[in-house]
Every structure is written in C-alpha cells, then in structure tokens.
Design a protein around this ligand. Sequence first.
Ligand code: BDR
Ligand code: CA
Length: 312
Amino acid sequence: MKRKKIIIDTDPGQDDAVAILLALASEELQVLGITCVAGNVPLRLTAENARKVLELTKYTNVPVFAGAEHPISRKLVTAEHVHGKTGLDGPILDPPKIRLQEIGAVEFIINTVFSHSKEKVTICTLGPLTNIALAFRKEPRIKKLIEQVVMMGGGFFEGGNITPAAEFNIYVDPEAAAEVLGSGIPVVMLPLDVTHKALTSRRRIEAFRDIGNKAGTAIAEMLDFFERFDVEKYGSEGGPLHDPNVIAYLLRPDFYGGRKVNVEVEINSDLTRGMTVVDWWNVTKKKKNVYYVNSIDDDEFFKFLTDRIGLL
Ligand code: BDR
Ligand code: CA
C-alpha cells in the first residue's frame, strides 16, 4: 500500500493527542515527524506532551521536533483554561523517555519537503501556523513541493471560540495563518463550523475507555477533563473534538462536506483579529484558495475513530 506521507504540526492539547493517535493507528498514513509549536501551552510543554502521546503507543521512533516559542509578531496567547496547566490534563502520564530531535521544526519541515519532492508531503496543522509560515519564509521554494495543508482552524458561521470573531489557532498567529492561506498551496480547512458538530458524549467517551488499551484509556481520561470546560461553555452534552478531524478528513473525506471558497484572515483590526472571512457566496470573485469543510457525519466519525484507536 502506498502510504500518504504527512508531517503533523501540533500544540498538544488533548484533542491534538487524539489526532496524533489516530494518525499513528492508520496504516494509510506515514507520520514522517511531529513538529511542535507554542499554542495551547508554551512550547516546552507541547514538545513534552507530543512525546508523552507517542509513548502511549509502540511508535516511539517517530521523531519529535521543537519549533517556534512564540508567534511571528505577537505575544503568545495560551489556553490553559481549556486544556489545563500541563495542556494534557486528565490522565497521569510519566515524563517522556523519548528525546527531542536536535534540529528544529522549521529545518525538519524544509529538509523533509525537499527530500520527498516526488511523492509530496501533506502538512497537517493542529495549532497556530507559526512553524509553517517560518519555513515558507526561510525557504519559499518548498511551497511548490507540498501536496496540501490540511488545518484545524478558523470559523465563520459559528463565530469564534477565543474571541467572538476568531478561532484560537488563527487568533494566536494571524500573520502566519494569512501567509499559509496566501501561499498558493491547496489548503483544506476544518473550522469550528465542522468541529462544533463533532461533540463528545458520555457514550462516546466510554467507548474509548472500553477499548481497554493504553491509548483508549488515556483518551477517555483526557476527554473527561476536556469536556468539563466545553459543556459549561456551550451548554451541550459534550465538547467539540477539533483536531482529529484533520486526520479523519485525510482518511475518510466521504464523512465530510464543504465548498471551495476564498478565505482571508483579518490581521489589522483589534476587534476581529484572526477572523477568517469566508466568501461562501463568491461575492468577491477572488481566487478560491481553500476547501472549507462545514459538514460531518459525526456518528461515522466517532465510530471510525474508536475503531482505529482499538488498533493501537
Ligand atoms: C483549536 O484550539 C486548540 O485549543 C485545540 O487544540 C484546537 O486545535 C480549537 O480552536
Ligand atoms: Ca491544537
């Protein structure tokens, strides 16, 4: 089987952890490396959390790289109020034994895209887009060699989650997001408009626990924690499971629906900083730079995710 080669750029985060585990469990994908960025919590913790997540599986040889400590031109905003002090609150996980790679995330991304220029790498982003934009700035030639960027980020019909207008990943580093959306690379966005339809529930969390493997138990404990915040905030039965949609989209695009549209990021206004302005009705006739996903078969998604975690 020809495996799709991916790099996961991430700021774990409980939902990032589930996304990473889904990718590792899926033989259609080859995870070339995990690059970490500051986001939900500072870089030191995201880089540690990514390695803790790998240690829930046998895939401890997947290399992990540390990237940007802060956004390109803004002060870092974090989300401990959602993810807890460690970023991965819920299960008690040992400090990781895996070591960080010596080279940094940006260097790894550039080298890997060049060395896979024939089979083209897909970049999956689960956090702020700082590392990706820095790689483009350092070596713009890689833009032509990337298959696509599939990102969790943005929101339009649902509004935002960190401000009324903006989704967290885009808000934290809006300049980086604007550069990626304007890069000419095909982009798929999994925004809040779809992730707010992928809600956990007691039944869905217990299904992870019932698997009985290390990853399933840790996921159930992470989601027990993660859910508290969202249930209070949204008044729904469960919380949105954002980031795994990126990986699920690659594996099962048939679960999702969307439309090719123009999307631009607001970088000038304080009020709407990081807002993703989606030209859903093509009123501007601007270049359609994004496949914007807005629907999901959530039952199929959770069933698929649980089945795959069972393979770990
Ligand atoms: C995104 O922000 C983070 O808190 C989550 O991990 C997800 O990537 C949702 O807005
Ligand atoms: Ca994330």
